[in-house]
Design a protein around this ligand. Sequence first.
Ligand SMILES: [Zn+2]
Length: 164
Amino acid sequence: MPIRYDLLWTVRLTTTAGIALIIMALRGVGPRVYLLTSQSMTIHHIRLKSGEVIDIRETADGPVCPVCGFASAGDPPYGLCRTVLQDGSLGESYGAASFDVCPSCGTEYGNDDYAEGQTVTSMWDQLRIKWLDRAGWSDIALKQLQDHLNLTQEELERGSPDGL
Ligand SMILES: [Zn+2]
């Protein structure tokens, strides 16, 4: 499928949090229905000048840090910028870092997640492990990653020092 990289497109999805769980009570009281809150998530696919395409997620609380999964109001970590050509006309759009600092993990987008010869996504993976090490791989930190970055248990265990 040809992808129009010059366009920002979004994917709306409803996380599994929106699934209604039906749990049968074990002691004959009858079925009980637990409804979990539905959480809407928008995913922006953004092409960087390097050609790498990154995903920036957004919840109702605001854009999500791709390193630690923290959602906060404000500018997204990366947004699209139009290049201006010499004749003043607008050229292609590229993803550009906001250079904001995440209040949760302290990552400065465009600085901490930039390294020559490395993809931004791989830098996020490395920064995420460093942050988890600092956070002690706590349940709250892991839940934030699962809820907001859709990281699976398996993906999280891959970076864990001794498994979870
Ligand atoms: Zn963060």
